[in-house]
Design a protein around this ligand. Sequence first.
Ligand SMILES: [Zn+2]
Length: 179
Amino acid sequence: MNNTQQICFTPLDHHHMAQARRLAMRSLRNNEVPVGAVIIAADGTIIGTGYNRIEKKQSQLEHAEMQAIRKAVKVIGGWRLDQCTLYVTLEPCMMCLGALLLSRVKTIIYGAPSHLFGISILNPQLPPVYRAHTIIHQGLQQDECSDMLKNFFVRIRSNKEASSEQQCSIHQQNERELA
Ligand SMILES: [Zn+2]
């Protein structure tokens, strides 16, 4: 994306991404894909927070960024977030990027890239109106954010394998009993 840049991040950027990672841990505790987001106003205060809870709420609208936007516009009392920066642990999806760009968020800073759902795949296709206001920086605490996601999926896979092995042994036991 033309407006996606890699920069040297400040200690404050790291601080805010650490806050987003702590929010992602809440998703993790609920067995949800760990994604967290914070929105920071021009004066440095946090005006929006969110963490992935689509399973809990059974709604795709419950992505971390969407919750953070909802809270931020309530605090500001308007839909324009043009003085705000969003920190999110995972590259935003199409829905969240659309909402962020239409909210005119000044800056988006994300941690881990998302090769499946990330905004990069949309780069060339985004119409100019979506690209006019927002600068996107990638890779802040990328390793920490990626590791959190990788560990989650490893755990999910091993749980699934354990449960299918258990199912298999129950099935074998049933077969023995029927024989
Ligand atoms: Zn999203």
